[in-house]
Ligand binder design. Structure first.
Ligand SMILES: C[S@@+](CC[C@H](N)C(=O)[O-])C[C@H]1O[C@@H](n2cnc3c(N)ncnc32)[C@H](O)[C@@H]1O
Length: 225
């Protein structure tokens, strides 16, 4: 058990170094993801009074899209270099330097909407599960996830291989499967690019647990051997 915790701390330390080092690449990533995030928010049309927690906010690309629509946004991330840029881009955002395991200290139902944009695929199964558990606990209205839905081209696979070993394992299960383990079902979903999607999940209503899954869209794994 103690060994698991130590492994997980080492792994998060390595991931933090990785994200702080690749900060410049986020200029390119932001240009691509910004329009995708805006399109999904347009479709979802969430009430602008809804408060948002963006877990793993990075340089605040999704936070910026929410703020443009009038939302109040809190973003957390453990990579200080990325957060510096998020603060410059989105001055009205509340950006906190935090490891995502620290959300444990936040009271249940602290935010209307909780988001995880391209975070889950890079986490170990244990950390992914802890993160989804807390995301489900912290939201009053729903959980918005953006992530890969199938294996990307060689350069995406290369980047993900450098980031860590969890990308393929993440894709081996559909988003519905990832979420159902936390009593969340998918109410709405869409595609963002050829390799990504978004999913809007909500807690299962009482009596619905164990019924058939919704929103299998986006769970396909192309080209996995
Ligand atoms: C691929 S980036 C996505 C950034 C942002 N959500 C976006 O869409 O542009 C993953 C983000 O998760 C953050 N992250 C990964 N593990 C984390 C952890 N344990 N605690 C806090 N942030 C973490 C990284 O620092 C990085 O900013």
């Amino acid at each position: 058990m103690a060994r698991n915790i130590e492994n997980s701390i080492d792994e998060r330390r390595r991931a933090k170094r990785f994200f702080n080092r690749v900060g410049l690449a986020f200029h390119v990533i932001d240009r691509r993801l910004g329009p995708e995030y805006r399109r999904a928010l347009e479709v979802l049309s969430l009430p602008k009074e809804a408060t948002v927690l963006d877990i793993g906010t990075g340089t605040g690309t999704l936070a910026a899209a929410f703020v443009e629509r009038g939302h109040q946004v809190t973003g957390i991330d453990f990579a200080e270099r990325l957060l510096e840029r998020a603060r410059r881009r989105v001055p009205s955002g509340d950006f906190r330097l935090m490891d995502l395991v620290e959300v444990e200290a936040m009271p249940a139902g602290s935010f209307d909407i909780v988001c995880l944009a391209y975070v889950l695929h890079g986490l170990s199964p244990e950390l992914r599960s802890t993160t989804l558990h807390h995301a489900a606990r912290l939201t009053r209205n729903g959980l918005l996830i953006f992530d890969y839905s199938c294996l990307g081209p060689w350069y995406v696979r290369l980047i993900e291989w450098i980031e860590g070993p969890y990308y393929r394992g993440f894709l081996a299960r559909s988003m519905a499967e990832h979420l159902s383990a936390h009593q969340l079902t998918i109410e709405q979903s869409g595609e963002t690019s050829s390799v990504g999607g978004w999913w809007w999940g909500k807690g299962k209503k009482e009596g619905e647990q164990g019924r058939g899954r919704e929103g299998e869209k986006g769970g396909k794994v192309k080209g996995e051997g």
